[in-house]
Ligand binder design. Structure first.
Ligand code: SAH
Length: 517
């Protein structure tokens, strides 16, 4: 019987690597834990779900460097629970597939501590899947074995029945098998598996740094030696490995393995981050700008009072829309005060944001810069009263040109873009180590502030090989002014346009490399 003053232990499978391959229940257990005991195969991003005052205990476990002995881990779990705490034991993959979860549970039973098991997606199945290898296939395979590759080769009597499994099971998946590969291969061949049987090793599967090595039982040991292929890896033996040629889907996405820096504000980064991640990139969010309210709202409140007297209201960013609407609500008004003027948005995101508030946009130019607003304005602006709601620091082209054309222009500042004081040490280190592939800039202020954080004396020089990608020509021009050479300028000045431009360039590079080969 478990003691009711005790807490509880959750033995939780964290999934194979990709932090999204984690169950809802696992996330719940991370959220409610007082103590999290984790090892190196659980993705660090998962710990972000934890409470701020959680106690994190790393218990290591690379195969040759056991940070804490298993018996000590077992007792640690029990002891923490006995203090009344909720303990989440986070393990790579599934806790009961070579995860020693069984041993942990046994001790908990012995100690009278209650526990629950949260199964996880095991690397034995998910990692092959991410390499384009289904572990079963109706035409090729109807049996699947998951085997430890860690058995001591000097053990006099193997508990693995090599004579049975070598030919008795179609697909063999070995975990922890890289160091021991020569022994595994020799046992399989000695016991009758053909030397031309395909075999694949997949390292850091489901992550952005996944690597795959394919060979046959005849040549794989040599290939591993030549390439210096290291653990942790899943080894798959069997005809299903051939399917990778046609089913490969993960590690051939256009931005696979590229490290991309996103410099947008914390609140705005997610859309770009998501799109880049979907294309295989590893995104590093390094917000250099922050959106804050204007120092003084009174000019805004005044124009809002007289909104009906304007012919047009122009928004130059989604931020502008959000900040103005927030202000309306805060001052006991709502979107209805915008009923008077016609409304223009500089681009689709701005328009979409307005539509979210139920406001239809009367005009969006084809190109999303100030110049296009003027060229394509749907009516003669002469004598028209135009209100421009925008950031504190912005280009003057729009108000100036409109005024030249005879409009009566009022500019109000609805937000300010200021420097986000992000810690730049990690990014600097990664740049020095040549780890960053691409840096994205989505506005002139991201360029300026990036240089302020990373550069020296107002200029920035980046190491060779770092690609600079800008959302449009104005941002690119600012980049040049600050000593950065833009390699990519989007044709359509939106986040989507920027992502397209990155993909196009990458596929051009890939094609060029293919031609050289
Ligand atoms: N309980 C885990 C397995 C733990 S044993 C599970 O169900 O996945 C540790 C072994 O799992 C490693 O040596 C390696 O063979 C394999 N492994 C786990 N995650 C992996 C990953 N992302 N990529 C490749 N191999 C992985």
């Amino acid at each position: 019987m478990s003691n009711s003053s005790y807490g509880k232990v959750y033995l939780v499978g964290a999934g194979p690597g990709d932090p999204k391959l984690c169950t809802l229940k696992a996330v719940e257990c991370i959220q409610k834990a007082d103590v999290i005991v984790y090892d190196r195969l659980a993705h660090p991003a998962l710990l972000k779900h934890a409470q701020p005052d959680v106690e994190l205990i790393y218990v290591g476990k690379a195969s040759s460097d056991h940070a804490m002995r298993q018996e000590d881990i077992n007792h640690l779990l029990a002891d923490k629970a006995k203090e009344g705490k909720i303990v989440t034991r986070l393990k790579g993959g599934d806790p009961f597939v070579f995860g020693r979860g069984g041993e942990e549970a046994e001790l908990l039973v012995e100690e009278g501590v209650s526990f629950e098991v949260v199964p996880g997606i095991t690397s034995a199945i998910a990692v092959p899947a991410y390499a384009g290898i289904p572990v079963t296939h109706r035409k090729l395979c109807s049996t699947l074995g998951i085997i430890t590759g860690h058995e001591d080769p000097n053990k006099t009597e193997s508990s693995i029945k090599w004579d049975k499994i070598a030919t008795g099971i179609d697909t063999l998946v070995f975990l922890m098998g890289v160091e021991n590969l020569p022994n595994i291969v020799s046992e399989l061949v000695k016991n009758g598996r053909a030397t031309d049987t395909p075999i694949a090793l997949v390292r850091w599967g489901t992550r952005t740094n996944q690597e795959t090595l394919v060979g046959t039982l005849g040549d794989i040991v040599e290939k591993v030696q030549q390439t210096g292929f290291k653990s942790p890896a899943v080894t798959i033996v069997g005809e299903v490995v051939r399917l990778r040629d046609t089913l490969r889907w993960f590690d051939n996405r256009p931005l696979f393995g590229k490290k991309v820096v996103v410099t947008r504000s914390r609140e705005q980064a997610s859309e770009l981050t998501q799109e880049l991640e979907n294309l295989g990139a590893e995104v590093i969010e390094f917000p250099v700008i922050k959106i804050v309210p204007p120092a003084d709202w009174s000019p805004v409140d005044t124009v809002v009072e007289g909104m009906a007297s304007f012919d047009w209201l122009i928004f130059t960013s989604a931020n502008g829309v959000n900040c103005l609407v927030k202000r309306l609500l805060k001052t006991n008004r709502d979107i209805r005060v915008l009923a008077g003027p016609k409304i223009a948005a500089i681009g689709p995101k701005t328009a979409e944001t307005l539509e979210k508030f139920g406001v239809r946009v009367d005009f969006i130019p084809d190109k999303f810069v100030a110049e296009a607003v003027i060229d394509q304005f749907p009516e003669d602006v002469k004598g028209k009263r135009i209100l421009l709601a925008r950031a504190g620091v912005a280009r003057e082209v729009l108000p100036e040109k409109l005024t030249e054309l005879g409009a009566d222009v009022t500019v109000v500042i609805v937000y300010e873009t200021v420097l986000e004081d992000s810690d730049s040490a990690d990014i600097k280190q990664m740049l020095d180590d040549g780890e960053i592939d691409i840096i994205t800039f989505t506005s002139s202020s991201t360029v300026k502030n990036f240089v302020a954080l990373i550069g020296e004396n107002g200029k920035s020089s980046l190491p060779e090989g770092v690609t600079i990608a800008c959302i449009g020509p104005i941002t690119a021009q600012t980049a040049e002014e600050y000593g950065l050479k833009p390699d990519i300028i989007a044709d359509e000045y939106t986040i989507e346009g920027l992502v397209h431009a990155l993909v196009d360039r990458q596929s051009n590079i890939t094609q060029a490399l293919d031609r050289i080969k």
